[in-house]
Design a protein around this ligand. Structure first.
Ligand SMILES: *Cc1c(COP(=O)(O)O)cnc(C)c1O
Length: 453
């Protein structure tokens, strides 16, 4: 068997993030102020984010330096390994080569610390003392809690109610890092109280938790807000993943034909794929880039490309994205990190430009793929990552049927060690393949804000 693991020397760790805005053939639609319907400026965002991050949000520079103190922290787990899935290839009997970039080696167990650490650092540099945020499955909450503990920031996390109940160990992890975690909707904010008044047993959603976290930051001078996905600067920070993968595939002597990632808000997918898409946009090789989302929350495949709010209480600016409607509550399936009504504007824009493809699978098929992967490769993927595993297996089986030896790269964005209840439920046959509620989707989409052309 040829080489399995491609480990980059620490000295080769990228020193810049890659900004795809520099290479886009058409710029994305501007972000709008919901009151004036005019493009937002840096000052509009200043109550929520430190200026360095706002400048990254709107930057069109191709390379943005990763601050040295941030790279120092990254050395705790970066460069992350690239692994050739020889055993999975064998189980599948595919002529394809399958590589995965493994982001589960971070302290929080996913790709999220790649942006949590720089976000916390820029906030600390700006003199901020407290951060408020939301979390679904708890991956982002624990990542920001870890990053906050490094730079002396107090972190408050609003965790979506169903995940708060399903994943008690994620909360313990956040508390271990010194953060406070409350179930959302909560009684601590106007947004939360309004939802609870309508429905006291509301399971919560990322849209609601974002409203609560934004409200806390907007109404407290010493507090800023941090988001773990969707925004341009978050996607930017994740590009270290794809840049490392590029160097590691060079070591392996291979060049991917297909790149697969799962999409909740789009950040780990952007991280693995944007550096490769950028190469293509600058005249390089054309590859297939496949986003995999849950069939129960299918924003890219079934959502509308339209201006919408990022949260349920409509406190955020309007962004043009694939959306299921900001009031849409996805069913409580077991990939909490993928239960978001919208998709990153940059990922949505690339979809509209036909630079990426999107596909959706139900959770049982994804768990089946994840279990097959675990039994072949040893790593138990996070339920979110199972969507990428499923997507990669579908591509490998297509290669088998067509007799093609393509190179497949996918992002194994996190491990599932805190998600074993979901695996238990899968083995017990208790996972249902819920489709979203068509009537609720229609209602949520009919409530989209109207924006003059
Ligand atoms: C948060 C999370 C996701 C979804 O977020 P993206 O921004 O789409 O990457 C996916 N997988 C894991 C492991 C996560 O923690």
């Amino acid at each position: 068997m040829s080489q399995t693991k491609f480990v980059l020397d620490e000295s080769k760790m990228p020193k810049h993030w890659y900004n795809i805005a520099a290479d886009l053939p058409v710029p994305p639609a501007p972000v709008l102020h919901p009151g004036t319907m005019q493009p937002v400026g840096p000052d509009d965002l200043a109550p929520l984010f430190p200026m360095e991050l706002i400048l990254q949000e709107v930057s069109t520079e191709r390379e943005i330096p990763i601050p040295e103190p941030v790279r120092e922290v990254f050395k705790l787990w970066r460069p992350s390994p690239l692994i050739r899935a020889h055993r999975l290839e064998k189980v599948l009997g595919t002529p394809a080569k399958i590589y995965y970039k493994y982001e589960g080696v971070s302290p929080a167990g996913s790709h999220k610390p790649n942006t949590a650490v720089p976000q916390a650092w820029y906030n600390a540099q700006a003199g901020v003392k407290k951060l408020s945020t939301e979390t679904g499955a708890g991956q982002w909450g624990s990542s920001l809690s870890f990053a906050g503990s490094l730079f002396g920031l107090q972190v408050k996390v609003f965790q979506v109610r169903v995940s708060y109940d399903q994943k008690p160990y994620r909360r313990a992890l956040m508390e271990t890092y010194g953060a406070t975690c409350v179930a959302s909707p909560s009684n601590e904010t106007n947004a939360g109280r309004a939802i609870l008044a309508q429905r006291p047993d509301h399971p919560g959603s990322l849209g609601i938790a974002i409203s609560e976290a934004v409200e806390v930051a907007a109404t407290n001078d010493d507090t800023k807000y941090a988001l773990g996905s969707v925004l341009n600067h978050v996607l930017l920070h994740q590009t270290i993943v794809g840049q490392e993968a590029m160097l590691q595939l060079e070591m392996a002597g291979d060049d991917p034909d297909v790149i697969v990632g799962c999409t909740g808000g789009g950040s780990n997918f952007a991280g693995i794929s944007f550096p490769f898409i950028g190469q293509q946009l600058r005249g390089g090789k054309k590859r297939r880039i496949v986003a995999v989302e849950p069939a129960a929350c299918p924003s890219l495949t079934r959502g509308k490309f339209a201006y919408d709010f990022g949260d349920t209480a409509h406190l955020t600016p309007l962004t043009k994205m694939h959306t299921l409607g900001s009031t849409f509550t996805p069913p409580g399936f077991h990939a909490g990190g993928l239960r978001y009504h919208g998709m990153a504007p940059l990922v949505s824009h690339l979809k509209e430009l036909n630079l990426i493809e999107a596909t959706a699978y139900h959770q049982n098929a994804c768990f089946e793929a994840g279990v097959m992967f675990a039994r072949a490769e040893g790593i138990v993927p996070a339920p979110e990552a199972n969507h990428a595993v499923k997507g990669a297996i579908v591509e490998a089986l297509r290669c088998k049927a067509e007799g093609r030896s393509e190179v497949i790269l996918f992002n194994l964005c996190g491990h599932g060690h805190f998600d074993m209840t979901a695996y238990q439920n899968y083995f017990a046959g208790k996972l249902s393949d819920q489709s979203y509620d068509e009537a609720e989707l229609a209602m949520a989409l009919s409530g989209l804000p109207s924006v003059p052309a």
